[in-house]
Design a protein around this ligand. Structure first.
Ligand code: ASP
Length: 493
């Protein structure tokens, strides 16, 4: 297995995990018990029938009244709840009985698989903060302090922001249209009393703004509050650039050194992905059966469709109208970089090739290329931003059984944008960053396990889109620069 490319290993891990989980689910996925001793006060008899698709908890009290509660993960049965946690809120007695006597062997094994696979997720969480901080500082400090940096920075940022925003909107559109997490008929999963107290959009956006100005940046690091971390780090790097001289040099060197180490650590952790995938998928299939893949297929379709629209429609239109370049020719010139991005799933790894394609094959100046691309490899990730939005909405659909409302979707959009800015250009970085968004809309991070199985293929596709957007950015910025005032070029060394 060691000699195989990582994505094959992950695929194998996924298949093995699926087989393991499904066999467990088939062999030991059902159980029913009746208990009449050792029950909580006032309860004389209890019985529990448990399977992946349904748990029925019945209990009789001393007056002979029987209560029946159902846990239906798909939420299709009237009056049922979707999880044991929700049962706890609705009926603590039934929840306690379920905890004590419920659970099939498949579910108990599944819980262990989840903990083992969780070690891998913990490692990803572990590197997230230092990786983001060092990668952002390195990317921004790489700009140097040359004349005209401000103006080029502005048009570059404008391009980054507008294309990432368009990508997210495309993603949200696709996931609302296809609704990959809502397969099947009507659901009744959300308790009305669990819905948010309806904050206004203004309040939500202002809240985001407040988060972006952390009163205590170290506190934000410790929390960790990713939005605050990213905003503060960007400000820090920009001010370091403006201070310049030795101080800037030292910070840049320290950040680069830190980044190298964090990259090495992350790459190491990512090598464990096949094992992580095996256990997380085994957990999902052991506890939920094979039906989970039906939704996963639609999820892949939603991501792929949205990525295709962005790469084949939105970006070419911008290239044509703003940069006045022929998209087909430009894509052909960039193809070595795009294919490398696809197979390596790393914008950073592809960067040297992207630079040389942009300059040598697409005729963009070195000044623009060396400015737009390195920053873009870290900061401008349209594919990642789009993917984050689709993935989080998909998870929310699975978890809540319905779409997030508009204000929650706006939080997803804003945090997806920032998460894509904060993601490093390495394989699966998007997965690491997703924690940020899940946390922002209060979704459990373990649910990432569900999409991990297909993350590699989607990572390949989104990385190609990331690099394609960076490349288009070069042409756009070059055009914007050439039609405005000439910038004083530093004398060649
Ligand atoms: N692999 C992506 C990249 O390098 C980042 C991500 O995981 O979305 O661009």
């Amino acid at each position: 297995m060691r000699g195989l490319a990582l994505h094959w290993q992950i695929l194998i891990g996924m298949i093995l995990g699926t087989l393991l989980g499904i066999s467990l689910n088939l062999a030991a996925g059902q159980r029913s018990v009746t208990v009449s001793e050792g029950l909580p006060d006032g309860i004389v008899e209890a019985s529990i029938e448990d399977s992946a698709s349904m748990s029925v908890i019945r209990y009789r009290d001393e007056s002979g009244d029987e209560t029946v509660r159902r846990i239906d993960p798909t939420g299709q049965i009237e009056g049922s709840v979707t999880s044991a946690d929700r049962l706890q809120r609705r009926d603590p007695v039934a929840a306690a009985l379920y905890r004590e006597y419920g659970g099939t062997p498949a579910k108990r094994w599944g819980a262990w698989f989840k903990r083992i696979g969780g070690l891998f997720l913990r490692m990803l969480q572990m590197v997230a903060v230092p990786l983001i901080v060092t990668s952002l500082i390195t990317g921004i400090m790489g700009l140097g302090g040359t004349a005209g940096v401000g103006r080029m920075f502005r048009s570059t940022l404008l391009y980054y922001l507008s294309t990432s925003f368009l990508a997210i909107v495309t993603g949200l559109f696709a996931v609302n249209l296809i609704r990959p997490g809502l397969g099947g008929p009507r659901r009744n999963v959300v308790d009305p009393d669990e819905l948010d107290g309806g904050q206004s959009l203004g309040e939500i956006l202002f809240g985001q703004l407040e988060t972006m100005i952390p009163a205590n940046p170290l506190g934000a690091l410790v929390a960790p509050d990713f939005l605050s971390i990213i905003a503060f780090t960007i400000a820090f790097a920009l001010f370091a650039l403006s201070v310049g001289g030795q101080s800037a040099e030292r910070i840049k060197n320290a950040a680069t050194a830190g980044f190298d180490v964090m990259m090495a650590m992350t790459m190491f952790i990512i090598r464990l992905a096949p094992i992580g995938v095996l256990f997380l998928i085994a957990y999902v299939t052991a506890t939920q059966g094979a039906s989970v893949f039906r939704s996963l297929a639609w999820y892949v379709v939603a991501v792929a469709l949205a990525l295709a629209v962005h790469a084949l429609v939105t970006l070419p239109v911008i290239l044509w109208f703003v940069a006045k370049r022929n998209p087909a020719e430009y894509a052909k010139a960039m193809s070595p970089a795009l294919l490398t991005a696809f197979s390596s799933a790393s914008s950073n790894g592809t960067l040297p090739l992207t630079l040389s394609c942009v300059e040598k094959r697409a005729g963009v100046s070195n000044r623009t290329g060396s400015f737009v691309l390195p920053l873009g490899a870290t900061v401008n990730m349209d594919g990642t931003a789009l993917y984050e939005a689709v993935a989080v909405l998909f998870i929310a659909q699975l978890h809540h059984g319905q779409n997030l409302d508009l204000s929650q979707q706006i939080i997803v959009a804003v945090t997806a944008l920032l998460a894509s800015v904060g993601a490093a250009g390495i394989p699966h970085a998007g997965l690491v960053m997703m924690v940020v968004i899940l946390q922002a809309v209060g979704l459990p991070i373990e649910m990432q396990g569900i999409i991990l199985a297909v993350d590699r293929v989607l990572d390949m596709a989104r990385t190609a889109v990331n690099v394609w957007s960076d490349s288009c950015g070069c042409a756009v910025v070059e055009r914007l620069e050439s039609t405005s005032e000439p910038v004083a070029e530093p004398a060649p060394a």
